[in-house]
Design a protein. Structure first.
Length: 238
């Protein structure tokens, strides 16, 4: 299994009057494309961040490729993360943002003198792969939303992860840019066999790209199954 969650529970949230995650258990196989769905506050983003070790757990066990996840660097290397809004440093050039994805792979002292040439070549190759080679030295804040999200994907991929988690990667993008981002995720899944878990709000979009949907409500899983079955259930209930 790529990801195994057993009874995950976060500390009590006073504002919600409950834990954000409340007994989450699920397994995601290697090579699956899974959409996380649910209303705002359901716990989707928190679950995704828990999967990469960025959320403290009150209880439960999280395993990545059969190994218990801890909050150290080594445990995160097999998991790439696309944060909501990109999570980029707008003042830095695109190539420097991509290279930030290598920080967990290198000794801290080594980056004091800059990144090795091989890493810079790899960053350029990734930007070129997504049509951004000419923007490598441009400040990221000057790029379009779609271009920024492609920079964020390149940053996640430079650590060569087996699993990619994407938190609402198309929020704020126009239709064309959103399709481009989702097509990149689909290609990573189909061509490289990468495990993809993506938070989405659009059921039809999830059905177009994902094989499986996990729906959260109030910190619990209320549906886990094929997207097309969820689509038919939604249609019947409306």
């Amino acid at each position: 299994m790529a990801i195994e969650c057993e009874n995950l529970e976060t500390p009590y949230s006073a504002s919600l009057r409950r834990p954000i995650l409340n007994g989450i258990s699920c397994k995601i196989k290697s090579g699956e494309f899974v959409a996380l769905l649910g209303l705002n506050g359901a716990g989707k983003s928190t679950l995704l961040r828990a999967m990469v070790g960025l959320v403290p757990l009150q209880q439960g066990i999280l395993r990545i490729n059969g190994v218990a996840m801890t909050r150290n660097r080594a445990s995160r290397r097999e998991v790439g993360m696309l944060f909501q809004g990109g999570g980029l440093i707008r003042q830095l050039p695109a190539i420097e943002n991509v290279l930030c994805g290598r920080l967990g792979m290198l000794p801290a002292w080594q980056t004091l003198w800059g990144f090795p040439k091989r890493d810079r070549r790899l960053a350029i190759d990734l930007l070129a792969q997504f049509g951004l080679k000419d923007q490598a030295d441009q400040k990221t804040g000057q790029l379009s939303g779609g271009q920024q999200q492609r920079v964020a994907i390149a940053r996640a991929l430079i650590q060569n992860p087996q699993i990619l988690l994407a938190d609402e990667p198309i929020t704020g993008l126009d239709i064309m840019a959103a399709k481009q981002v989702m097509d990149i995720l689909s290609d990573l899944h189909s061509q490289k066999g990468m495990t993809i878990v993506v938070v989405l709000h659009d059921l039809s979009l999830a059905s177009a790209y994902a094989e499986r949907a996990i729906v959260l409500d109030a910190g619990r899983i209320v549906y886990d199954g094929a997207c097309h079955n969820l689509q038919s259930q939604f249609t019947r209930s409306n």
